[in-house]
Design a protein around this ligand. Structure first.
Ligand code: ADP
Ligand code: MG
Length: 645
């Protein structure tokens, strides 16, 4: 696809998406003008009527038509918040936060006042909140305390097409709420044309289509399969920037590391270009976006570039449908995305890179046609699109570990999980395997009922070991700025505990505490202040749950072997043994797994015979993320179902 000279050669054949009416987009519009310009505004009255006349409605509309930001406001203006609040669920945390912020601006109210959001460990709502955006996981946990969701007059299940695990479980639960509460309304929205499925699930409810307003998008497939899509994407972006008409660029990649690498490569190319020519080079604003990026950096993607500059947004599939960015004229689609996949033979989830589905490819291309006619460069062949990609993605519930779902449904008193009303039931093997894992951990008894421990586990959205789990719940606290890699690596090494990445995290937290939780101390040691504050907040919340449940807290003091043993007792199912130089294999199935380069053990060149790990990720190789050395006899003692001396 990309020649030695850096020219990108695409097949000339172009395809066009449907060309509908053309909207008027100018730069300076007041917020209310912008609102009235959205496609959804033209059908406001019809929408309110169909909602008034039906208990459940499915609403289909292109990304950017105004579903997420406008529907809640219409319903509020119409009076649906008199007897309860409006809840709107999102599969992604980033979307919940950013949309709540936008809507509070549109309603000229402080965030957390009339409009708020709630994500795990963070509740930005208040007594006057009437529109609450939240992740579907948050609503799911609320059903534990309040099975009829009394405080809500209606729920909007947004982005239902994503079919996230929690959305799918909510479908089954909300169907029951709808049957029990005649005063409760449910709206299901989707950006793709699978409305029939949702409608049928609720017994054939009406489907409302918001008329689209998109521009034509020219699609260019690459001629040959692409060897290195990061490199190809960088070259394509540079070609557009140098020779293409004005318009911002959106690149789809799979994850954080790749995105950072791409941003870095782009800035390097720009520097080379500037130093190799006398001519003025137009500015390129390179902006990453992925779910773990701090919120203030995420917000940058919505800011307009200054005149003459071009934005290049480098994103995960988060920008496919959950966030709408105006001004994109070029999309570069690598054809890959990350998905969590449960491997029943390894008994765990792995985040794996997969080719996307045709539905996702079309969504990605559509992002280029929101503001005017655009172009989508696909870094894969037309043959791959037609013959290799799946029609639509496999729902998460069919490919993930169901441990938490089983715990939750069990505590909702759903005895026979195989009978639960799933839209697409998960494979029976996955359910049974997850139940087996919960039995191993002592959460289920021999007849499959929740034990006391299991009931306690439901209250914790996490694995135990307080400070460490708090640290594992935030993005990496180690800060590694460009150009200062060596310096920051050296700072990180000072925190290393030779036997354990978990203890390294504990060490960071304890030293931060010893330095009065100071921000300047973090900066001096290349640590992310915000991440640490977040970890501290999460720790306090978990402490609260412990107090409520009257679970006594045991301090480890200076005896860190106790902590390693505790970690071993939780993670014995993720054990690996040394096989060759620096090579590990999973103890149960002999699958290879390697120390990650960011691991303290890797950094110090320490390769113990046995380790346990927090999670496995498959990128270029199978890597273990967050590793702790353990004694082999601990494995036999703590995981006797698997190991013996
Ligand atoms: P949908 O849910 O149908 O995909 P949204 O309601 O999310 O559409 O977005 C409608 C419009 O609102 C977008 O096209 C964009 O112009 C604007 N918008 C949404 N979020 C933001 C934001 N955070 N900042 C600025 N504009 C936004
Ligand atoms: Mg939306």
């Amino acid at each position: 696809v990309v020649g030695e000279d850096g020219e990108v050669d695409f097949k000339g054949k172009a395809r066009f998406s449907q060309h509908l009416s053309v909207g008027d987009f100018t730069k300076s519009k007041t917020i209310s003008q912008q609102r009235q310009n959205l496609p959804i505004f033209s059908v406001r009255d019809e929408l309110l009527q169909v909602v008034r006349e039906n208990q459940v409605v499915v609403i289909i509309g292109e990304t950017g038509s105004g579903k997420t930001t406008q529907l809640t406001q219409y319903l509020y203006e119409y009076g649906y918040t008199v007897n309860g609040i409006i809840g709107c669920t999102q599969p992604r945390r980033v979307a919940a936060m950013s949309v709540a912020k936008r809507v509070s601006e549109e309603m000229e109210s402080e965030l957390g006042d009339k409009v708020g959001y709630a994500i795990r460990f963070e509740d930005a709502t208040g007594p006057s909140t009437v529109i609450k955006y939240m992740t579907d996981g948050v609503l799911l946990r609320e059903t534990l305390k309040d099975p009829d969701l009394e405080k809500y007059s209606m729920i909007l299940m947004d982005e239902a097409h994503e079919r996230s695990l929690d959305t799918d479980v909510l479908f089954g639960i909300l169907k029951k709420v709808v049957a029990r509460r005649r005063d409760f309304k449910l709206i299901v929205t989707s950006a793709t044309l699978n409305g029939e499925k949702f409608s049928n699930f609720f017994g054939g409810v009406p489907i409302f289509n918001i008329p689209g307003r998109t521009f034509r998008v020219q699609i260019c497939h690459s001629k040959t399969p692409c060897e290195d899509y990061v490199e190809a994407a960088v070259k394509q972006a540079m070609t557009i920037h140098i020779a293409g008409a004005p318009g911002d660029i959106l690149i789809f990649l799979t994850g954080q590391d790749e995105i950072e690498a791409t941003c870095y490569a782009l800035s390097e190319r720009m520097e080379q270009l500037i130093s190799s020519t006398e001519q003025p080079v137009p500015k390129l604003l390179i902006l990453p976006i992925y779910s773990q990026l701090p919120a203030d950096l995420q917000a940058k993607i919505f800011h307009k570039a200054e005149d003459g500059a071009r934005k290049c947004i480098v994103a995960t599939n988060i920008a496919e449908t959950s966030l709408t960015i105006d001004g994109i004229f070029y999309v570069i689609d690598t054809g890959y995305g990350k998905m969590k996949v449960y491997n029943p033979c390894m008994g765990m989830d792995a985040l794996q890179v997969f080719p996307i589905s045709r539905a996702s490819a079309d969504q990605r291309a559509g992002r280029a046609g929101r503001t005017g006619p655009g172009t989508c460069y696909r870094l894969y062949t037309e043959n791959a699109y037609e013959n290799e990609m799946l029609q639509s993605p496999v729902p998460e519930i069919q490919r993930t570990n169901l441990g938490n779902v089983v715990l939750l449904l069990k505590s909702l008193k759903i005895q026979n999980l195989l009978d639960f009303d799933f839209m697409d039931p998960p494979p029976q093997d996955n359910i049974l395997n997850s139940m087996y894992q919960l039995w191993l951990l002592g959460a289920l008894n021999d007849v499959g009922d929740l034990t006391d421990l299991g009931r306690k586990m439901v209250k914790f959205p996490l694995d135990p070991v307080l400070t460490i789990v708090s640290m594992l719940s935030v993005p990496s606290v180690f800060f590694r700025p460009k150009d200062r890699e060596a310096e920051s690596d050296a700072a990180r090494e000072k925190f290393f505990v030779p036997e354990s990445d978990h203890l390294t995290l504990l060490n960071v937290y304890q030293q931060w505490k010893a330095n009065e939780y100071r921000g300047d101390w973090c900066n001096d040691h290349f640590l992310q202040v915000k991440g640490l504050y977040k970890a501290r907040e999460i720790r306090f919340q978990l402490l609260d749950i412990l107090k409520t449940l009257k679970i006594p807290l045991t301090y480890c003091g200076p005896d860190w072997d106790v902590v390693r043993k505790t970690i071993c007792s939780t993670y014995f199912h993720n054990a690996a043994m040394l096989k060759g130089i620096g090579e590990y294999v999973n103890c149960r199935n002999r699958m290879p797994c390697n120390l990650h380069p960011t691991s303290a053990l890797y950094g110090l060149g320490y390769t113990p015979d046995y380790v346990v790990y927090h999670e496995a990720i498959l990128t270029t190789k199978e890597y273990m993320q967050c590793v702790t050395a353990v004694e082999p006899h601990w494995l036999a003692e703590l995981g006797p179902m698997f190991f013996s001396v």
